[in-house]
Design a protein around this ligand. Structure first.
Ligand code: NG6
Ligand code: CA
Length: 540
């Protein structure tokens, strides 16, 4: 082999390894090579870069996780009164699932299960978290982000977090770096809202620090007591110039909207609700652009369509449903922008995109936004009974769309039983990652189902209501364990809880599903379901 060929081979090798090392080497040898050879080398570099981008063993994974978006809230799931062209397009290019489930009917437990592969009810402290909760997923726990990182991915979380930050609840100093944040659980980059838009602190956290921190307005947060001299929604309703509360949300006022919890300061760092979608989408696109040459995982958790619904002006008034519809349109826009960025960088056929939601829909969730009055025949939970918080299917049935250009067949619909708790193990299979023993305890690999095959599906999935009542769902049945609690949510939203002192069994394949309790007609099925719950509860 002559020396020049050796040189080329060597450099081919290092193009496939370290880019910066390669670039340094190129500069060093530029002087020694003929122009023709340089052209050949540059072409080689370009080719391997493209190949890297198209390495299907390590596709990028983008998980777009909406908040409170119901099974029936997207046009491609039959939504009335609202257009979602960008989501429709992804559904047309991929698979639309009709029997997919979040593990819980509220945010914190649902996200906990998704990101750890473990049911949230196995732990005490995983219910809807305040904005000053300590980090619920502990650094020693293995997460979806850790898994991707172990397979060589660059990882990020952008948008709604709602799983706590810092070491201890109520002990955070928001004016200094947080001692524990998402960097400790596998995310290379994060730009997040600590909890929800209706909970303080109303600032973004970027890599463990308040983004755009304003030194002149130190931040204090308290969930029990107000700070002296600070107005509240309760005492100063005249200051709620952007949106008034319908129930709760009467503590601190930020941007003319009442919140849960008290905060002081923030100044220029305070978010404007109308810009949240723009802000997180911009950060997501920046992340894609900066990481386009190596595999990445992005957890993109939108604030839409959670309350307070206060979308940007440009989405206002274009549908009959008021701000709840506008927030759905804004969500669809965010999806479209992300797809556009992938197209721009030629990453579409090397990126698996999954769209879903953390729990079922809610209409009035505490603000006078007229969402209830303006439904105009739209059914946010589609055909299902109950909404967010509920044990009925409307609480946990969620839209799921999977799209991967040229890899999953187009325009499919699948009724295979899916649970978000399995996504950690399924993605691990996709990227060839190993899970440490004992991690992702409840997560099973069902990648083939996610990619369109119907065989080897789960036999049952478990779901939890906001009061931790458990249900078992199979392809045919829905079993809700007996519980005493009230039939309706007590604090504002007009939602059936699903509580019943008797066991409830519904035939989900009958035309009147979730109307007729057939537990008495099928004692064996009830027994089997109870056994599943008993067994699962006794594990771990
Ligand atoms: C409830 C809030 C509701 C919403 C929910 C959590 C009140 C009266 N209601 O307590 O507005 O924030 O918690 O929603 O405070 S979730 O989607 O993040 O789980
Ligand atoms: Ca939610």
């Amino acid at each position: 082999m002559d020396s020049i060929t050796t040189l080329i081979i060597k450099h081919r090798h290092c193009f496939n390894k370290e880019k910066s090392y390669t670039m340094k080497k190129i500069t060093q040898i530029t002087y020694a090579l003929s122009p023709a050879l340089l052209v050949a080398l540059t072409a080689q570099a370009k080719e391997s870069k493209e190949q890297k981008g198209k390495n299907t063993n390590k596709p990028n994974v983008i998980l777009i996780y909406a908040d409170d978006l119901g099974y029936g809230d997207l046009e491609c799931y039959g939504a009335k009164n609202i257009q979602t062209p960008n989501v429709n397009k992804l559904a047309k290019n991929g698979i639309r699932f009709t029997n997919a489930h979040a593990t819980a009917s509220t945010s914190t437990p649902s996200r906990y299960s998704l990101l750890t592969g473990e049911y949230a009810w196995r732990r005490k402290d995983t219910d809807v978290a305040p904005g000053n909760a300590g980090m619920i997923i502990r650094p020693e726990q293995f997460t979806m982000a850790d898994m991707f990182k172990s397979a060589g991915y660059t990882t990020c979380a952008i948008g709604k977090w709602h799983l706590g930050l810092g070491d201890k609840t109520g002990q955070q100093d928001w004016n200094a770096p947080l001692p524990s944040a998402l960097g400790d659980i596998g995310f290379d980059y994060h730009y997040i809202m600590a909890a929800t838009a209706d909970r303080v602190p109303c600032v973004f956290i970027e890599n463990g620090k308040v983004a755009n921190y304003d030194e002149n307005a130190p931040i204090e947060v308290n969930y029990y007591r107000n700070f002296e001299g600070e107005p509240t929604g309760k005492d100063n309703p005249e200051l709620l110039y952007n949106q008034k509360s319908s129930h709760g949300h009467d503590m601190s006022i930020v941007n003319g909207i009442g919140r849960i919890g008290y905060m002081k300061g923030g100044g220029n760092a305070l978010w404007k609700d109308e810009n949240i979608a723009d802000s997180i989408t911009t950060h997501a696109i920046k992340f894609i652009s900066e990481n386009r040459e190596k595999p990445f995982f992005m957890y993109f958790a939108t604030n839409d369509v959670h309350v307070p619904r206060f979308p940007h002006e440009r989405f206002r008034g274009k549908n009959k449903m008021g701000v709840r519809g506008d927030a759905i349109a804004q969500f669809d826009w965010s999806v479209g922008e992300i797809v556009k960025a992938l197209e721009k960088y030629h990453l579409l056929d090397n990126t698996l995109i999954v769209i879903s939601s953390d729990n079922g829909p809610v209409v009035d969730d505490g603000y006078q936004d007229r969402a209830e009055e303006l439904l105009n025949g739209h059914s946010p939970a589609g055909p299902f009974r109950g909404n967010k918080y509920s044990s009925f299917e409307g609480g946990t049935a969620v839209p799921v769309i999977v799209s991967w250009k040229n890899k999953v067949a187009k325009n499919q619909e699948s009724d295979v039983l899916l649970s978000q708790v399995d996504w950690l193990a399924s993605f691990a299979h996709l990227v060839g990652a190993r899970l440490p023993k004992g991690s992702a305890f409840d997560s099973e690999n069902h990648l083939s189902n996610l990619l369109g095959e119907k065989t080897n599906a789960r036999e049952w999935v478990l779901e939890q209501s906001n009061t931790r009542v458990l249900s078992v769902r199979t392809q045919k049945w829905k079993y809700i364990e007996p519980s005493d609690g009230p039939k309706m949510i007590q604090w504002g939203p007009k939602i059936e809880t699903g509580n019943n002192a008797q066991p409830q069994l519904f035939d989900m394949q009958a035309s009147n599903f979730e109307e007729k309790n057939v537990a008495k007609d099928h004692p064996q099925v009830v027994y089997d379901m109870q056994n599943i719950l008993r067994r699962e509860r006794s594990k771990k």
